[in-house]
Design a binder for this molecule. Structure first.
Ligand code: PLP
Length: 466
């Protein structure tokens, strides 16, 4: 007879106190990650529910979400229409896995994405996350470009995910960390047309250029319209696939559905994930030129060599994405992203003028905004340097760690850090953010800046010591 292991029930999970979660996290998940959370005080918070712009913690404290899961919560938390669509799907006992038959839900989602995407971007493939959307898209590009042109150009400071191929074109020693990577790749400088041209001219084996339209992990970094127009021209001239990774910057985040729409050009393939799932499900996609798909997987002999995958196009996931896309347009969230983003940026620019020693730069489009702090090495009073390095080893002495921790503790507001530039805080709130939410954020942030460097570090240190 099988012995029943001691399992927790769902109700047990919901009732776990924060100390117990911390203990189990340390034992069965990632103790190193917990160390990092402790530095920030994030290990003291357990979210009990989430609605709209807010998380609510175990003490029912509302936390204003300006992190937004790096752009995964465009519709806010638990949007009622998205919840209702999911519930109806369950109540009607619709099917989930559909590998044998055609799925009406996959089909409708593909239709919607093809309606939204400009130009020849018409062929859709569904995945469960951004990394796998990029993997799938890179495989499509490779087959389209042919066996003599398998090399992939990628940009400096890029982030495309942590699976093998995506990691190979992610420009980070920190993440690559000695893993075996694809050999067929060539780094070029982001935003530098000469660098791309040089690579494409000198190496005809390059068949694909993968690039984020707005670099998220680099700290919200843009290139001007002239760069994107040049990318389009160069890729067309050299018959290279321009692969736009819009996993983070797509779905209205920058004030257009796709960020590349700001520049009047269209790539050959684009990937999406994050908010495609309406904040409720894990779904990613690529949308490619139809002729690319036809060349790569058109003949029936090769039609099944990449897809479908078991979980590519789960019923409820597709229904969630379909409803979410309808909400995006019905509630004019793309327009709201542009308007609230402009208000937020203008407010931050004012703060930058008031606190030039603290804030080096503020930048962004729509609700994808970076705040770059001045380097502590320039601003920190001499005696504090040693204390800072003790308290803040992971964040490399940047003010972001202190402000992020204090925004949460003292101002009930969540912000995000940035992988490659520890001086940058990323703001990617839900696209439902109103003028009131923006003003509330600006007020809290101003109060924090007003304490000055010494005040910020002092407040943090008191917390760490307490
Ligand atoms: C631009 C970009 N591409 C790809 C990914 C990977 O997506 P996922 O975490 O869903 O695998 C991310 C995640 O942050 C991203 O920002």
């Amino acid at each position: 007879m099988t012995t029943r292991p001691q399992l927790m029930t769902v109700d047990d999970a919901k009732a776990l106190p924060v100390a117990k979660v911390r203990e189990i996290f340390e034992r069965h998940l990632n103790p190193g990650q917990l160390h990092f959370m402790k530095l920030l005080g994030f290990d003291e918070v357990l979210i009990s529910r989430a609605e709209g712009m807010y998380y609510y913690d175990q003490n029912n404290r509302p936390i204003l979400d300006f992190f937004g899961g790096f752009g995964s919560v465009a519709y806010g938390h638990n949007h009622p229409r998205i919840l209702a669509a999911r519930k109806k799907f369950q109540d009607e006992k619709r099917h989930e896995i559909c590998m044998a038959f055609m799925s009406q839900y996959v089909t409708a989602l593909a239709h919607n994405l093809a309606q939204i995407a400009p130009g020849d971007l018409k062929n859709v493939f569904l995945t469960n996350c951004g990394s796998v959307a990029n993997e799938a898209a890179l495989k499509l590009c490779e087959r389209y470009a042919g066996p003599k042109r398998t090399k992939i150009a990628y940009a400096s400071n890029s982030f495309h995910g942590k699976t093998r191929a995506a990691l190979s074109v992610t420009d980070s020693e920190f993440y690559q960390n000695g893993f075996t990577l694809l050999p067929n790749r060539q780094r070029v400088k982001f935003g530098d047309l000469d660098s791309l041209e040089q690579a494409l001219k000198s190496d005809p084996s390059i068949g694909t250029f993968i690039v984020e339209t707005v670099q998220g992990g680099a700290g919200i970094v843009h290139a001007p319209a002239s760069y994107w127009q040049g990318v389009r021209e160069l890729c067309t001239k050299h018959d290279v696939v321009w692969f736009a990774d819009e996993v983070q910057c797509g779905i209205g985040r920058t004030g257009k559905f796709f960020a590349f729409e700001h520049y009047g050009v269209v790539p050959d393939i684009v990937t999406l994930a994050k908010s495609l799932g309406g904040g409720k499900t894990a779904i990613g996609a690529y949308i490619a030129r139809r002729d690319m798909h036809a060349r790569a997987y058109g003949p029936s002999k090769v039609a099944l060599i990449h897809g479908p995958a078991t979980f590519s196009g789960m019923g409820e996931g597709c229904v969630t994405a379909i409803e979410a896309l309808n909400v995006l347009y019905d509630e004019k969230l793309i327009e709201n992203s542009a308007a609230s983003g402009a208000r937020l940026l203008a407010g931050l620019q004012k703060l930058q003028q008031s606190y030039p020693k603290l804030l080096k730069d503020v930048r962004g489009m729509g609700l994808m905004i970076g705040i770059e702090f001045a380097d502590l090495s320039d601003t920190l009073p001499f005696g504090m340097k040693q204390m800072v390095s003790l308290l803040d080893d992971k964040l490399k002495g940047s003010l972001c760690g202190f402000t992020g921790a204090l925004m949460l503790r003292d101002h009930n507001t969540l912000v995000a850090f940035t992988e490659y530039n520890r001086n940058v805080i990323r703001l990617e709130p839900p696209l439902i953010a109103s003028a009131e939410h923006v003003d509330a954020f600006l007020k809290s942030f101003e109060t924090l800046l007003d304490s000055g460097v010494t005040g910020i570090i002092g407040r943090y240190a008191r917390r760490a010591i307490a």
